[in-house]
Every structure is written in structure tokens, then in C-alpha cells.
Design a protein around this ligand. Structure first.
Ligand SMILES: NC(=O)C1=CN([C@@H]2O[C@H](COP(=O)(O)OP(=O)(O)OC[C@H]3O[C@@H](n4cnc5c(N)ncnc54)[C@H](O)[C@@H]3O)[C@@H](O)[C@H]2O)C=CC1
Ligand SMILES: O=C(O)/C=C/C=C(\O)C(=O)O
Length: 480
């Protein structure tokens, strides 16, 4: 199936009629084409957005909320179609797309439909000076949203919903690897009554289409989720143009397990935090650190549980682990398993590609557990972004904390303990933007979401996102 750009409420082919292949990773075959958009396509999208901005930025908050809610409802009405499209495009199990990806995309719109009606700004009375200050929060204008392939509609809408709720118009680019649900979103927005031009979706490569969005002189802000290297490049281009930037980048997240935790709950959650979405979530706990006294027991039990996971055709409901997103990504992840062997790591489980019945050319890999001795190894320092976790033991709280923080990333961490003092000490000292205690990926959309160090700059979620997509302007009124 061929997909098109969504510009000014219409589906359009790319200006220069250039196309890219779209793959189904579960069978390793091309199943359609997507626009290989140029700077000219981005310019068209920008013009459509700029033309409607004066109107959209003056719609009432209630009007915006009604349209966003309608988009949310339509996404839920089309849950089966969208989930099937997401699974086919990305390789993720259909059950995951139905339970997580698509409902969350709907929640993103519903959440910001509600949030915009509750968003407020500050007032400061300058007592004794006969003056009052109040702050306007005005939309920025046309903004750019660039999203990755791992949670396609989920992360695409996580950016678009707050941007348009705050009164901006958007030029958005989904990953060229997983464009399908973004394409389907266009029609949903039209049916929901979103005015033409408020959301424009341009497909294409990062280095051309994405780069044109970032370089556009009148696109005021860029909200980006993706790899750290790409984020650094975007920052380099956008900073001299004084654009607002929100960068949600990679992670190498520690999962710290103490002997005093609720063991069964920890074990089940650790299987999920290691391998959900084939380990392709920036929040996955890829470094498992276990207190020495339970290390051997954990190792045995974890291997047992992981061996029960079914790697299979993503369209089957019984599949736990589907295909990796692309051949290139499969090779990248596999290369780390080879590195492990040369670094002295011990493969405790997995490590091999899997041939799935009727999907022999798909990109499947066993969930893989590797025991390492040293946190300085590449496996513990670099983002693999696949179904590969490492195990290490620690003796003391101090050692666990040092190991946890000893990486260049700082996105999330998970702590398993029932000790309140330890919980507070770790919560304060872990160098990550998110700390989960006795849970993983429990998401409350009001909370600030983002990382420290090389995991990014800025926060998404709740009012943080609405602050990002608005410019504060202070008005000071003097009276007699
Ligand atoms: N933090 C996260 O959630 C993610 C991390 N990654 C990491 O990044 C590695 C590379 O994966 P990629 O698919 O190459 O991610 P990427 O960071 O290149 O792609 C993310 C998005 O950025 C766009 N993009 C790429 N170059 C751009 C540029 N110069 N200007 C503007 N937009 C640009 C892409 O087209 C895509 O829409 C992965 O192996 C993984 O380690 C990948 C996806 C998500
Ligand atoms: O907002 C969330 O719940 C999850 C976000 C996940 C990413 O940003 C990612 O995996 O890239």
C-alpha cells in the first residue's frame, strides 16, 4: 500500500515523485511505498500550517478540547485497524499494539484535551509599587515534531497532542521505518474536524525531510524523540537558530534488585522491563543489578521465565516477542552479542536469530541474557535497544548506586526494595529523570517525562509539555 503526505487536510504525493520502500519486518518483505519528501514538501507543509495559525491560535480552549477528544474517540473506534497496521509496520506483537500503543495514542489526545482547559499562568502583585504582573502563555507558531519507530503512533501523538492543544500548528515527521499509523491519523483528524493545516504530516528520511524541518527558519521549536547521536546533531543545527528544543533520547537504564523486595512481583516485572516491545523502549531496564545474596536464585528463575517467552509471528495473539524493526537494526543488536563474547561476557540464555514458521525472512532474535563482570564493558555502556539484558551482582548499597550511575545516560531507573530509607536515598541520588520503585513503566501522563545527561534535554508530559509549546510573556501594569 502506498501512503502519502497529509498537507493542508489533503493526501498529496511528494513534489518530486520520489518514494521509499516500506518493509514488513515480520516477513522481511516490502509491502508499500512512502514519500521520500524534499525541502519543497516541508515548505508546503509549513505554509499550510502558517496560514491557519492565526485562526487556530484564536479558537477557544473548549473548541480545541472537543476536537482533540473526538480524535481520541476515533482512534479507539479504529483500534483493531490501527493495531494491525502498527504490528505489521513495526513487528511488535498485535496484543501489545492493542493493549498499549493504540490506547495510549488515544489517551494522549484525551489527556491534552482535558489539560488545556486546566492550564493557567502566573500573576504577581508588586506590592508597594502599585503594579501587577501577569503572564500570558502564547502558542509559538509552527512547530516541528519528529518521532522514532519503536512506539510509532504512541510517541507521534505524545508530541502532536500538546502542540495543537496549546494553539500551535504542526509539521510532523514520523519515522520512515514505521510511517503507517501516522498516515492513518491524517484521515482521523479530518473526520474529527481539525481545521486544515493545523496538523501536517510529511514522510521521508531523517537526513533530508527531518533535516529540512529542523533547518526551517520559521519553525520555532523542535520536539524530538530518537537516538542520542541524532539528538546531538539536531541540537547543533537548531541552537544557533535559537529554536526551543525538547530532546528525548536514549537510555541504559539500571534495574536494581535488593533481596528485601517482593520477589515474585519483581521477577515478573523484570521480564517485562527487559523484553517488552523486543526491548525497543528507551525505558527498558537493560542493566540488571542484583544483590549478591539472591543473585544465583534470581539468575536461575529469570532464565526459566525468559525461556517461556514465545518468539513468533506478531499477528498471533500468543506471541510475546515479535520481530525487530528492521534488518539493519537486527544486525546492530546481534553485533552486541558478538561483542559480548569478545569482552568476556557469558551468554546465559539466547543469543541467536530465530526462524519463525511462515516468516522465515523476518527479523527475529531470542531474548538474550548476558552475565558481565565489569560495568565498563560496551554492553553496559552503550544503548543496544533490543532484547538483550546484562546481569551483574553487587554487595552493598554504595556499590549498587555507583554502578547504576556509572553511564553517560540518565533516563530512568527501577529500584526493587521494601526498605524506606534505601528508597529515599536511592531516589535522591540516582542520576535519572525517572525513578520507579517496585514497579516499571507505570505512566501518569501528568508527570514530567525525560532524562538527564545524554538522555536528553527538557521534559514532556502534563503541563511541562504545554509550557514547552508556549512562550511566556509577562505584562506589567502600573496603576495610580
Ligand atoms: N530514545 C529512543 O526512544 C530511541 C532510540 N533509538 C536509538 O537510536 C538508534 C538509531 O535508530 P534510528 O532509527 O536511526 O533513530 P533516529 O534517531 O535516527 O530516528 C528518530 C527520528 O529522527 C529522524 N531523523 C534522523 N536524522 C535526522 C536529522 N538529521 N534531522 C531530523 N530528523 C532526523 C528519523 O527520520 C526518525 O524520524 C537505535 O539503534 C537506538 O539505539 C532509536 C529510536 C528511539
Ligand atoms: O511516554 C512514555 O510513556 C514512553 C516513552 C518512551 C519513549 O520515549 C521511547 O521509548 O523512546
Amino acid at each position: 500500500m502506498n501512503i502519502k503526505n497529509y498537507i493542508n487536510g489533503q493526501y498529496l504525493p511528494p513534489v518530486f515523485d520520489k518514494w521509499l520502500d516500506n518493509y514488513n519486518p515480520s516477513i522481511g518483505e516490502i509491502y508499500g511505498q512512502i514519500p521520500n519528501s524534499s525541502e519543497e514538501d516541508v515548505e508546503k507543509a509549513y505554509q499550510a500550517a502558517a496560514d491557519v495559525f492565526p485562526k487556530w491560535s484564536n479558537t477557544t480552549l473548549e473548541e480545541r478540547a472537543i476536537i482533540l477528544s473526538k480524535i481520541a474517540s476515533l482512534i479507539l473506534e479504529k483500534l483493531d485497524v490501527l493495531a494491525a497496521a502498527e504490528s505489521k509496520d513495526n513487528g511488535k506483537p498485535i496484543s501489545l499494539a492493542k493493549a498499549v500503543d493504540i490506547p495510549r495514542a488515544a489517551s494522549n489526545f484525551q489527556f491534552f484535551a482535558n489539560a488545556i482547559t486546566q492550564f493557567s499562568s502566573e500573576a504577581h502583585e508588586s506590592v508597594g509599587l502599585n503594579a501587577v504582573n501577569f503572564t500570558l502563555r502564547q502558542p509559538l507558531g509552527v512547530v516541528g515534531c519528529i518521532s522514532p519507530w519503536n512506539l510509532p503512533l504512541y510517541l507521534f501523538t505524545w508530541k502532536i497532542a500538546p502542540a495543537i492543544a496549546a494553539g500551535n500548528c504542526v509539521v510532523a515527521k514520523p519515522s520512515e521505518v514505521t510511517p503507517m499509523t501516522a498516515f492513518l491519523l491524517g484521515e482521523i483528524c479530518t473526520i474529527a474536524g481539525l481545521p486544515k493545516g493545523v496538523l501536517n504530516i510529511v514522510h521521508g528520511l531523517g537526513t533530508t525531510t527531518g533535516q529540512a524541518i529542523v533547518e526551517h527558519p520559521n519553525i520555532k521549536a523542535i520536539s524530538f524523540t530518537g537516538g542520542t547521536k541524532t539528538g546531538a546533531h539536531i541540537a547543533k543545527v537548531a541552537a544557533p537558530m535559537f529554536k526551543k528544543l525538547s530532546l528525548e533520547l536514549g537510555g541504559k537504564n539500571p534495574n536494581i534488585i535488593f533481596a528485601d523486595c517482593n520477589y515474585e512481583k519483581m521477577l515478573a516485572t523484570t521480564v517485562r522491563s527487559s523484553f517488552a516491545n523486543q526491548g525497543q523502549i528507551c525505558l527498558c531496564g537493560s542493566r540488571i543489578l542484583v544483590e549478591e545474596s539472591i543473585y544465583e536464585k534470581f539468575k536461575t528463575d529469570f532464565i526459566q521465565k525468559v525461556s517461556e517467552l514465545k518468539v513468533g509471528n506478531p499477528s498471533e495473539n500468543t506471541t510475546d516477542i515479535g520481530a525487530l524493526v528492521s534488518k539493519q537494526h537486527l544486525e546492530k543488536v546481534k553485533s552486541y552479542i558478538d561483542i559480548a563474547e569478545s569482552e568476556g561476557g557469558k551468554i546465559l540464555f539466547g543469543g541467536n536469530k530465530v526462524e519463525v514458521f511462515n516468516c522465515e525472512n523476518g527479523y527475529y532474535l531470542q531474548p538474550t541474557i548476558i552475565e558481565v563482570q565489569d560495568n565498563n564493558c560496551r554492553l553496559n555502556q552503550e544503548e543496544i535497544f533490543g532484547p538483550v539484558v546484562t546481569l551483574m551482582s553487587f554487595k552493598t548499597d554504595k556499590e549498587a548506586l555507583t554502578l547504576a550511575n556509572d553511564v553517560k545516560y540518565g533516563l530512568s531507573s527501577t529500584l526493587w526494595t521494601n526498605n524506606l530509607n534505601r528508597t529515599m536515598q536511592f531516589s535522591k541520588q540516582l542520576q535519572t529523570g525517572i525513578v520507579w520503585v517496585n514497579t516499571w513503566m507505570l505512566r501518569d501522563l501528568r508527570t514530567p517525562f525525560g532524562g538527564t545527561k545524554e538522555s536528553g534535554v527538557g521534559r514532556e508530559g502534563g503541563f511541562e509539555a504545554l509550557r514547552f509549546f508556549t512562550e511566556p510573556k509577562n505584562i506589567c501594569i502600573k496603576y495610580e
